[in-house]
Design a protein around this ligand. Structure first.
Ligand code: NAD
Ligand code: DAU
Length: 350
């Protein structure tokens, strides 16, 4: 029996990770600790909320006393740390909250784990879920590997880079058994519609403009979220302590090509004439410091642990659109209230 803490389990990736662990490992006790910020939503976990091996704790990873108390109460053997502020645009308007959650929050958790596990580190794992954005921005050539120098360029990526450094510092200084993975852009069900793909799906449904930053030539490497959490499962159980693994889809798209593919598929699915949705595309002011290209080399993960993505992008995006079309109630809930204010503020001046 293992006691596992998942932080940020009510968010996008965290909810898929929690579902995978709760269903695949009935012998593990899974505690999902989440502050339930705007991005955290317990509706994401409806199907597993009554599972006997699952428990939700409302909590803030920045709160040292609370973290000490939950470690004591549940005697965790493993931590899967997903909780974070995750949206680059929000980090540009409110950088301090990113430092607080991503840097201080990660530090607080590391410290709580260290205090709880000191004298008995055997078999324990502190797994930190991070991003490819820590490596900076690529030109047209090359890929990020695990040895690429860190070069974060947004407040979000700087805060994640800083948290990665603290995780490694706890490994080297205190021998805390850590693992880190840096993943490329995820997509799939339960993705909050502030991010490009769900935002465009939502806007296409409602015939609203599709805001493309700059010329739409920036490139992202997209991975289906269930493939990401499968990789995390593999690394958590079989990866080496102290190591970093890159996770990516070898699936690069310019933003404009991706949004056109969404438009094309949604013309078909919504019974609109070909070309209808593309008319919604609107070029808007670019993101400040917009990274040009991300692309991951996941060879280490493939060679050492045998992980490969399972889904082709066209299939993954079709599944994703179908999910949003079948879950309009979820979409309506998350886009009511504060979302409208956020949208107006973020896009009005563009
Ligand atoms: P998300 O914004 O959807 O979810 C974040 C979750 O963390 C939410 O449930 C939120 O309530 C919770 N949270 C925020 N602050 C908290 C705090 N102080 N205490 C406790 N809980 C708190 O994020 P996501 O897209 O699911 O990303 C999860 C992790 O994966 C992040 O660390 C992110 O950096 C990383 N990541 C994301 C992607 C991606 O494409 N989304 C890619 C690579 C890495
Ligand atoms: O690479 C991994 C990262 O991917 C994660 O660490 C982040 O948490 C996650 O949010 C994501 O960051 P991006 O900034 O790449 O994702 P986003 O969906 O915000 O933007 C994708 C691309 O689309 C990016 O080049 C900016 C552009 N964009 C985004 C929005 C929201 C637009 O053109 N218009 C938009 O309205």
């Amino acid at each position: 029996m293992k006691n596992i803490l998942i932080t940020g389990g009510a968010g996008f990736i965290g909810s898929h990770l929690t579902r995978l662990f709760v269903t695949k490992y009935p012998d593990y006790n899974i505690v999902n600790l989440d502050k339930l910020t705007y991005a955290g939503n317990l509706e994401n976990l409806r199907d597993i909320e009554s599972a006997p091996n699952y428990r939700f704790v409302k909590g803030d990873i920045v709160d040292m006393e609370q973290m000490r108390a939950v470690f004591k109460q549940y005697n965790f053997d493993g931590v899967l740390h997903c909780a974070a502020e995750s949206h680059v645009d929000r980090s540009i308007t409110d950088p301090l909250s990113f430092v607080k959650t991503n840097v201080l929050g990660t530090m607080t958790l590391l410290q709580a784990a260290k205090e709880h596990w000191t004298g008995n580190m055997e078999g324990k794992i502190f797994y930190h879920i991070s991003t490819d954005e820590v490596y900076g921005s690529l030109g047209t050539e090359g890929f990020f590997t695990e040895t690429t120098a860190y070069d974060p360029r947004s407040p979000y990526s700087a805060s994640k880079a800083s948290s990665d450094h603290f995780v490694r510092a706890y490994y080297h200084t205190y021998k805390l058994p850590v693992k880190i993975s840096n993943c490329s852009n995820n997509y799939g069900p339960y993705h909050f519609p502030e991010k490009l793909i769900p935002l465009c799906i939502h806007n296409i449904i409602h015939n609203k403009p599709l805001p493309i930053y700059g010329k739409g030539e920036n490139v992202r490497d997209w991975l289906y979220v269930e493939d990401h959490v499968r990789a995390i499962d593999t690394i958590f159980h079989n990866g080496k302590v102290g190591e970093t693994y890159n996770i990516g889809g070898h699936n690069e798209w310019t933003n404009i090509a991706l949004v056109k593919e969404l438009c094309r598929q949604m013309d078909e699915k919504l019974g609109r004439a070909p070309g209808t949705n593309e008319k919604l595309i609107t070029y808007v002011q670019d993101r400040a410091g917009h990274d040009m290209r991300y692309a991951i080399d996941a060879t280490k993960l493939k060679n050492e642990l045998g992980w490969l993505p399972s889904l082709q992008f066209e299939e993954g995006i079709s599944k994703t659109i179908d999910w949003y079309l079948a879950n309009t109630e979820w979409l309506n809930h998350v886009t009511s209230g504060d979302y409208k204010k956020y949208y107006e503020e973020m896009y009005a001046g563009r």
